[in-house]
Design a protein around this ligand. Structure first.
Ligand SMILES: Nc1ncnc2c1ncn2[C@@H]1O[C@H](COP(=O)(O)OP(=O)(O)OP(=O)(O)O)[C@@H](O)[C@H]1O
Ligand SMILES: [Mg+2]
Length: 255
């Protein structure tokens, strides 16, 4: 579903800054991958390149069997609207709109009918257990609820891929657990390929594979076996070897 070949990224400047140094990555259809690494290691840059929001300096990006370098800006916009759903740390919801209007937005942008969009939004709200919030304003709901609204919005156009940058970064451990349960469930039920950047070992343990990067390079990767608990411990072990400050990773336990 996602194929990166020898991706490099150099930010111009004096001197230029090479933030990604030849990253290769294959994400299979339906897979749930986490990307971890110290602050400044290039995680968001990498996710933005996959999202086609940023361009690599070198290498090749293939999304859903299409080479993005061969797409013009109109086609890229369409790809972002129809094929990719986005979830951000700070939710990126529109406060003047209600919950259901926020969720419907990508369908509205895609010129779907209001009745069809409303029905789809209501189905998703039921799945994500936020039906009671339908007519609330964004300012009237909690952080965990905001992130569930954002996930519903990300899913409304039936994307093939969900990209999430620190989706639990602004949440307490209970809300983070709820959001991760939903992301993992949607990945499993809808087979939506999911790539998530996170500092949180517990959040990462909900995924099937964790890729670690350090200084813009591949460092290690580990797969989840049968037990999430064991996977969580393995993630902590790699993080301990990876280095970085305590500030870089949240490793506290939640029940
Ligand atoms: N537009 C830009 N121009 C120049 N340098 C940039 C730009 N964006 C990011 N950088 C630099 O590239 C490096 C990687 O940034 P990036 O945001 O990808 O890191 P990250 O791994 O997501 O970090 P964090 O965990 O803190 O979110 C950082 O040193 C950052 O300062
Ligand atoms: Mg980042």
């Amino acid at each position: 579903m996602i194929e990166l070949k020898a991706i490099t990224k150099i930010y111009p400047g004096n001197p230029p800054y090479e933030v990604l140094k030849s990253i290769d990555l294959d994400v299979l259809e339906g897979e749930f991958l986490s990307i971890m690494g110290p602050s400044g290691s290039g995680k968001t840059t990498l996710l933005n390149i996959i999202a086609t929001l940023d361009q690599a300096t070198g290498g090749k990006v293939v999304i859903n069997n299409q080479d993005v370098s061969k797409m013009d800006e109109d086609y890229l916009s369409l790809l972002r609207l129809k094929t990719i759903g986005f979830v951000f740390q700070d939710f990126n919801l529109l406060p003047p709109l209600t919950v259901i209007e926020n969720i419907m937005l990508p369908m509205t942008l895609d010129k779907a009918s209001t009745s069809e969009s409303r029905k789809k939004a209501r189905d998703l709200m039921a799945e994500l257990d936020i039906s009671s919030l339908e007519n609330k304003r964004i300012t009237e709901i909690s952080g965990g609820e905001k992130q569930r609204v954002a996930i519903a919005r990300a899913l409304i156009n039936d994307p093939k891929i969900i990209l999430a940058d620190e989706p639990t970064g602004n949440l307490d451990s209970k809300a983070a657990g709820d959001v991760m349960t939903i992301l993992a469930e949607m990945n499993r039920l809808k087979r939506v390929t999911t790539v998530m950047v996170t500092h949180d070992a517990i959040s990462a343990s909900y995924s099937e594979r964790v890729m670690f990067i350090k200084d813009g390079q591949f460092y290690n990767e580990i797969h989840c076996g049968n037990k999430r608990e064991v996977f969580y411990q393995s993630i902590l072990d790699v993080l301990a070897h990876l280095g970085g400050t305590n500030h870089d990773f949240q490793t506290t336990r939640y029940s």
